[in-house]
Design a protein around this ligand. Structure first.
Ligand code: C2E
Ligand code: MG
Ligand code: MG
Ligand code: MG
Length: 279
């Protein structure tokens, strides 16, 4: 249930693990409205190359503040959107808005940004429809396919793999890049990985946050960096919060990073300000 905490602040006490939660149908109805009225926001988290000192891209992350439920996190509403099929409309909205936005930014930038969009399993259920939609949105936004990256989790690769592989290959043929999000948490078979049409491994933030001051607990990120290198894939670390985590990654030649150390996900206006101030 939602509880008022003085003023207009509303905190959500919503048990996402309890499907019989009495609030869920109402939350779902509110989500449907927010998606239909496009009152859902898209934030942008910078992706940094610490060697070149550049911002080379941004990840689009959805934000939803409901009048009654308050801030509802993606961890709560993305699974609802996935269960109900609303994720299709949400995906379309995020794609349209973020591709258009990055295309606009790129007209004023000497080094164009690339936009990363999170794709759910549902996006792969009708591959030809999805591919056509990607082409149309890129054309409408005047964004080169090379400036779009999709992020998928390992779990997507485990479902109906041959069709997924074919779809990813079609995206790559267009020029779109494919990144494996939360890498290391999903039990990918390593032998299989080498034949997949993917460009980047994105090391899961839990591994990065475990790295301590003395570079302890760094075996897994190091192994993933080496794996990426031997498979000729790009590698990026997410959830970099501390200077020493950055230094560790850099010492292992993983120079692409994302995390609160650089910036939280930002509104469009704040992202523009961040670009101006960054050096
Ligand atoms: P993700 O794609 O792995 O995104 C990374 C999450 O980590 C984001 O949470 C981001 O805000 C957070 N994060 C970034 N840097 C740091 C850091 O340094 N420390 C910590 N503690 N966290 C950091 P967010 O925005 O709450 O999103 C959570 C998940 O929801 C995403 O994980 C993604 O799986 C999903 N999601 C978000 N937007 C979309 C979307 O448009 N479509 C789909 N299908 N899923 C989305
Ligand atoms: Mg992601
Ligand atoms: Mg992730
Ligand atoms: Mg995640």
């Amino acid at each position: 249930s939602a509880k008022k905490e003085g003023g207009n602040r509303v905190t959500v006490y919503y048990d996402k693990l309890n499907p019989s939660n009495i609030e869920r149908p109402r939350l779902e109805a509110h989500l449907r409205n927010a998606i239909e009225n496009e009152t859902i926001e898209v934030c942008y988290q910078p992706k940094v190359n610490v060697e070149l000192g550049t911002i080379f891209g941004a990840e689009a992350l959805v934000r939803w503040t409901d009048e009654e439920f308050g801030v509802v996190t993606p961890e709560v509403f993305i699974p609802i959107a996935e269960d109900t099929g609303l994720i299709q409309q949400l995906w379309d909205l995020v794609m349209r808005r973020s591709c258009k936005q990055v295309s606009k930014w790129n007209t004023n930038l000497t080094q164009p940004l690339s936009i990363s969009v999170n794709f759910s399993a549902r996006q792969f259920q009708e591959p030809s429809t999805m591919l056509q939609r990607v082409k149309d949105i890129l054309a409408e936004s005047n964004l080169a396919p090379e400036h779009l990256e999709i992020e998928i989790t390992e779990s997507i690769l485990l479902t109906n793999s041959s069709e997924i592989v074919h779809t990813l290959k079609s995206l790559q043929d267009l020029g779109v890049a494919v990144s494996i999000d939360d890498f290391g948490t999903g039990y990918s078979s390593l032998s299989y990985l080498k034949d997949l049409p993917i460009n980047t491994l994105k090391i899961d933030q839990s591994f990065i946050q475990n790295i301590d001051q003395d570079f302890g607990n760094s075996q897994i990120p190091e192994a993933i960096i080496n794996l990426a290198r031997s498979l000729h894939l790009d590698v990026i670390a997410e959830g970099v919060e501390e200077e020493y985590q950055k230094e560790f990654l850099r010492s292992k030649n993983c120079v692409q990073m994302q995390g609160y150390l650089f910036s939280k996900p930002l509104s469009k206006d704040d992202f523009e300000q961040f670009l101006k101030n960054f050096h």
